[in-house]
Design a protein around this ligand. Structure first.
Ligand code: ARG
Ligand code: ZN
Length: 875
């Protein structure tokens, strides 16, 4: 059934307290839920109580202590309806269910991961544990008692504080946890097992001591140190920057190896995919460290933005996710380099959210309808949702933004809130009207700005004409011009922003143009020289600009824009366009792809010691093949894109060979590995220099040497990638792959890199490699990380291998999806999103892709999750 935003209504009943009693057993765990239910004011006393379930069987039902007769209730796997309830406003319902956590392959509800009992309840997993009002606006105080055999589960954890524990007969024991903060069921968590722990503590700004505990597999404790450090930095930062203090006496993180997503913010007991906890130099790359830091922070920040203030319904998901992503972005920017962080965010947004917004899975930041909410944990809700919050800050300014957020926390602490509540807090704090701005939550699609400019030297007048062009209207969504904040400067010859004596045609505050109309003609007076407009500095709005400035203007900006982010943006646009043009004219791959000036600018930046190495590395990184394809838009032939892309790498490598050799040798590490941003930046510059040298010389000796010499996973994985992608059949490559496997065969998250590197080797034969790898011990059809590393990486990160002209890649993916769907619908549905841009392919591949999906759609018993994505993708 379709769930609609406009159908929201409060429930008839509330659940003031929830007692959960677990008797844990691998295949038959008993759950007794004791719910203190209250009829809402104004609801008639006869109203039935309808609780949600998923795959449940009712074992017993009591109301106020009495077994409830069969004729007064109906239990199905999906629902428990209780009738003839007492006239009293409050009563107690007791529900017993029996679960098989070992058979739970969906990894939703209570399941087992490597013999540890754990839970995942967001969005609707709690109803797989017991019948409940499983919706985020039902806040309840939870007390959880767990019993287990000491031998199976010496460790018994849940939300809040441990208030009791002890031994029972026959080798059993128990623990009772109480969480004083009312919370929705999706934030419930339980962990029981035998794990190692790393302990630390944190003193909050008001002087309270908080115990910090990170639980990992025995023996992996040394790999949790960085996560602990990131946690303490996150806690301090949230106090300093947002005034948010932690509120319980203990904060726990548990790493598990089978997890559908990245991590989960359960109150006081975050559960993590272990790849986002475990790191050391030998096993984790710089990117892994950065992800761990960001995700630890993200989940911790949810304690206020998500937990203390939660969502009224799942349509409001971006209320907690967009805001929390914005907060983790700001955290990483403060911990690392702001410009470098911003560039990475924009690259990610364009790579994931723009195609989503341009394809069949497009939806507003706040969707209006869904059939399966798990399919809406998307780049649009998360990343565009974060950009929308960032725009609010741009529009209000840092101070008013902080005031608005403070008001939001003050007003809505303990609430299940809406986007309207959120916006109203900013309006009330700042006195500004965000009515037009709110369209960002309602209208799907990336707006496009059409820009033209004119300089009148005599009148010293510069005119900027900007049209905002929206995607075609979508049923049910408004379609009106948006409030788009465009950060800008008018750059003059001397590399400074020019000032103007007067301006007309738009509201401009400091360095922001506020576009509100379909068209603005903005006239700047008193402009003494012809400027180049630098628009969208810091990517101040998630929009596209078309046409972009011409090559001369982009070159000028790449060299002279006083804004560092904008210099990167100009350079990236310039390089992307030249590659795109070469693809369009089908140029011979032996000729030059990039213009001479573009090459020169790239070399200037590569060689400029005044820039951070990480920034130089980002500038030197060519847009990926998928980025080029996205910019081209339609009729894509991935083979041609690949050939041109390789040619550009070769050209640049040859052009800068001397410089790259100097960088590669000059940046060789002279001290032990450290994951800090500065050292990571030097490694990234050195590694990109190595890539260009390998491309230029058409040989991989240097990569083989680098692989052998590496004392850390960043350099090692990078060198292995070069070997496998440039010379997949070379003996040196086979030897390196072998030695990697020998060293890490017992370490699944490291072997994921081994799978991924091989899966992304370009070329038609990789499909056979991927098929063979599914039989390797390193792979498993049951583990989401394995599936994403091999099959996901193949489908999203290997344009030529996956998009084989004969369609075998699509058929392989669809078969794999059907197989995975029987176990884990969330993972299968997510995998299929790899097909979302199928309509942009050239006609032969397009037809193959369509046929493969149509064949998948014919299969019986597909999950609701998968059907939803399949139907929307094909529609
Ligand atoms: N709230 C989690 C996070 O962003 C994600 C949980 C998603 N779970 C799901 N079943 N879709 O940190
Ligand atoms: Zn989140």
């Amino acid at each position: 059934p379709v769930i609609r935003l406009e159908d929201y209504r409060p429930s008839d009943y509330l659940i003031d307290t929830t007692g959960l009693h677990f008797t844990l057993h691998p295949t038959a765990s008993k759950v007794r839920a004791v719910l203190a239910v209250r009829r809402r004011e104004g609801v008639a006393s006869g109203a039935p109580l309808v609780l949600s379930g998923d795959d449940l069987a009712l074992d017993a039902l009591r109301v106020d202590g009495e077994a409830w007769p069969d004729e007064h209730h109906t239990a199905t796997p999906d629902a428990l309806t209780i009738r003839n309830l007492p006239d009293a406003r409050t009563f107690v319902i007791e529900i017993e269910t029996i679960l098989d956590p070992s058979a739970n392959k969906q990894l939703m509800g209570l399941y087992r991961s490597s013999d540890t009992y754990c839970t995942q309840c967001e969005a609707e997993g709690f109803r797989r544990i017991t019948y409940y009002l499983d919706r985020p606006d039902i806040l309840s105080v939870f007390t959880v008692r767990m019993e287990a055999r000491v031998e199976d589960a010496p460790l018994l954890l849940s939300n809040g504080n441990r208030i009791e524990s002890g031994l029972l007969d026959n080798g059993w024991h128990y623990a009772v946890w109480h969480d004083p903060f009312p919370k929705p069921s999706y934030l419930f968590a339980l962990v029981a097992g035998n794990l190692g722990v790393v302990k630390d503590s944190f003193t909050t700004m008001s002087g309270r001591q908080v115990a910090l505990e990170i639980y990992v597999e025995h023996g992996k404790e040394p790999r949790a140190g960085y996560a602990m450090d990131a946690l303490k930095r996150s806690m301090r930062w949230d106090e300093e920057v947002f005034g948010r203090e932690y509120d319980l006496d203990i904060f726990m993180i548990v790493a598990v190896s089978d997890f559908n997503m990245g991590a989960m913010e359960n109150k006081g007991l975050n559960i993590f995919n272990d790849k986002y906890v475990l790191a050391d130099a030998r096993t984790a790359t710089d990117a892994d460290y950065a992800n761990i830091e960001a995700i630890i922070a993200h989940e911790y920040f949810h304690n206020w933005t998500g937990n203390r203030i939660t969502c009224r319904d799942w349509f409001q998901l971006c209320l907690k996710e967009g805001l929390t992503v914005f907060r983790d972005h700001e955290f990483s920017a403060d911990q690392r380099s702001r410009t470098v962080k911003r560039i990475s965010e924009v690259k990610l947004l364009k790579a994931h959210q723009f195609p989503e917004d341009a394809g069949p899975l497009a939806h507003p930041v706040r969707p209006r309808r869904y059939t399966e909410i798990n399919n809406f944990y998307t780049a649009t809700v998360y990343e565009k949702g974060s950009e929308v919050v960032r725009m609010i800050r741009t529009i209000l300014g840092v101070e008013q933004f902080r005031k608005g957020l403070d008001l939001y926390f003050e007003r809505h602490d303990g609430d299940a809130a809406t986007i309207e509540d959120f916006l109203r807090a900013f309006e009330d704090a700042s006195g500004m009207d965000l009515g037009q701005f709110s369209l960002w939550y309602e209208q799907p699609g990336t707006p496009n700005l059409i820009v033209a400019s004119e300089y009148d030297a005599q009148a010293q007048r510069f005119t900027l004409r900007v049209d905002q062009k929206l995607k075609p209207p979508v049923e049910g969504a408004p379609h009106a011009p948006m409030h788009i904040p465009v950060k800008f400067g008018l750059v003059g010859e001397a590399s400074v922003d020019l000032t103007w004596s007067a301006v007309s045609g738009a509201d401009i505050s400091e360095d922001v143009i506020h576009l509100r109309e379909p068209r603005h003609e903005i006239v700047f007076y008193g402009i003494a020289e012809r400027p180049v407009a630098s628009l969208l500095r810091g990517f101040s709005a998630p929009v596209t600009v078309f046409p972009e400035p011409d090559d001369d203007a982009l070159t000028f900006l790449a060299r002279n824009d006083p804004d560092e982010y904008a210099r990167w943006q100009a350079l990236a646009s310039l390089v992307t366009r030249q590659i795109k043009n070469a693809v369009a004219i089908g140029m011979p791959v032996s000729g030059p792809v990039l213009g001479r000036t573009a090459c020169e600018v790239l070399m200037e930046i590569a060689d400029a010691d005044g820039y951070e190495p990480a920034y130089r590395a980002l500038c030197l990184t060519l847009p990926g093949e998928n980025d080029v394809a996205r910019e081209i838009g339609d009729d894509i032939d991935p083979e041609v894109v690949h050939a041109i892309h390789r040619a550009a790498s070769r050209q640049l490598g040859a052009h800068g060979e001397t410089l790259f050799a100097r960088l590669y040798h000059g940046l060789a590490p002279n001290s032990a590995y450290s994951p800090d941003a500065e050292s990571a930046g030097r490694r990234s510059l050195r590694n990109i220099a190595l890539s260009y040298l390998c491309h230029a010389r058409a040989e991989i000796d240097l990569a083989a040497e680098a692989f052998a010499a590496a004392d850390n996973m960043t350099d090692r994985a990078h060198a292995l990638g070069l070997l496998a992608h440039l010379a997949p059949t070379n003996q040196a490559t086979l030897d390196a792959l072998d030695s990697f496997r020998t060293e890490f065969r017992d370490d699944p998250i490291v072997m994921d890199k081994w799978l991924m590197i091989q899966a992304t080797a370009p070329g038609a034969t990789t499909l056979e490699t991927v098929r063979k790898l599914t039989a390797e011990p390193a792979f498993s059809w049951d583990n989401p990380n394995r599936i994403r590393s091999l099959i996901g990486a193949f489908a999203t990160g290997n344009p030529t291998g996956f998009n084989r002209a004969d369609g075998e890649g699509y058929r392989f993916l669809c078969e794999a999806i059907a197989r995975i769907d029987a176990n884990n619908p969330q993972v299968s549905a997510r995998l299929l999103t790899a097909m979302r841009s199928w309509r942009n392919l050239e006609s032969g591949r397009r037809e193959q892709a369509r046929a493969a999906m149509a064949a998948l759609a014919e299969r019986k018993n597909l999950s609701r999750d998968l059907k939803d994505i399949l139907e929307r993708t094909l529609a």
